[in-house]
Design a protein around this ligand. Structure first.
Ligand code: ADP
Length: 303
């Protein structure tokens, strides 16, 4: 098959792994920089071009790995591929929905997927009540900025929480106030879901004195066993967002697993090195399955 990896940095280890996995399985896979793709919207001759004029209309499938700050243009490019009948491993709609963190939290609740209690307000008058809503301090203030989360801050006391919320508000920032799950103890689960199956589960542990486990500098990552409930929730969340590939982050709380984030371009290399599995190969085999591609078997050796 002719597969395009649509991303920004060919040197990124996850992208390297996808290119390798595609080649190992006998495909012609090429890296395409999203910003170097340009599109022609036309009823008769819709097209996608690549830097220098190369036409990409003949690809069989694309694997999009869109950086958060390129969501808008990246999704337009992916949509154009889809409109030309070219299969995209994650669809443009699913990617753009998953990038809206507030939408996702609201959506998970409609699906019966538990999240940490979260407050949101527009008026600066409601700061105290917001803090009350999430059961007081300690609490987290999460900044929402378009498709990208711009930071998570822990407020250890009610006073610190109030000052933080007021300060961020004065900068016109959109923010969430969230219950801090103390008992998670700086750990979180990252589950990789591919084609409605959990293909890998790891536990990430924040560096000593930190609470953010996904910034692994000084932290640790290890393979872990997950419960049937955790597996079920991850699959449900990813399926409900209509993603074929996603990373799901969860916290283990006293009241069970709580979902905090679903990401449509999960890193693969660090997970592969922990669990020793060919996860990039899972992405390629999902494309093969979707397009009904069968690997040619070597002809039997006559004796
Ligand atoms: P970002 O996507 O900006 O990194 P996250 O919401 O994924 O922000 O949070 C970063 C890390 O902070 C998570 O990996 C987790 O370890 C920790 N964390 C996030 N939300 C909570 C919470 N409600 N309670 C405790 N820890 C949390």
């Amino acid at each position: 098959m002719k597969i395009g990896l649509l991303a920004s940095n060919p040197e990124l280890p996850s992208n390297q792994r996808i290119l390798e996995a595609g080649e190992e399985r006998g495909h012609r896979i090429r890296f395409y920089d999203i910003r170097q793709c340009y599109i022609k919207l036309d009823a008769e001759q819709p097209e996608i071009h690549y830097r220098g004029g190369q036409l990409l209309n003949k690809l069989d499938a694309v694997i999009p790995r869109i950086r958060p700050d390129l969501t808008y243009y990246g999704c337009a490019v992916v949509r154009q591929f889809e409109n030309l009948g070219i299969f995209s491993l994650n669809s443009a709609n699913a990617i753009s929905h998953s990038r809206d963190k507030l939408f996702c939290l609201q959506h998970f609740l409609t699906q019966g997927i538990p999240i940490p209690t979260t407050g949101l307000a527009d008026s600066p008058l409601e700061t105290e009540e917001l803090i009350e809503m999430v059961n007081g301090a300690p609490l987290l203030v999460k900044l929402l900025e378009g498709p990208e989360r711009r930071g998570v801050v822990l407020a250890e006391s009610r006073n610190a929480g109030e000052s933080l919320i007021t300060a961020f508000r004065s900068l016109q920032a959109n923010l969430l106030v969230q219950e801090f799950i103390k008992e998670a103890d700086g750990k979180s689960l990252r589950l990789l879901v591919v084609d409605n199956k959990v293909v890998c589960a790891v536990e990430r542990q924040a560096a000593p004195g930190q609470f953010r486990s996904n910034k692994t500098i000084g932290g640790a990552i290890s393979a872990t066993r997950i419960s049937a409930e955790e597996r079920k929730l991850a699959i449900k969340a990813v399926k409900s967002l209509d993603l074929k590939v996603a990373g799901v982050d969860m916290l283990r709380s006293r009241r069970g697993p709580l979902l905090i984030e679903v990401t449509s371009s999960p890193a693969l290399d660090d997970l592969e090195s922990v669990v020793g599995k060919d996860l990039a190969g899972n992405l390629i085999s999902t494309v093969e399955k979707k397009l009904g591609w069968k690997r040619k078997l070597a002809s039997p050796v006559s004796t």
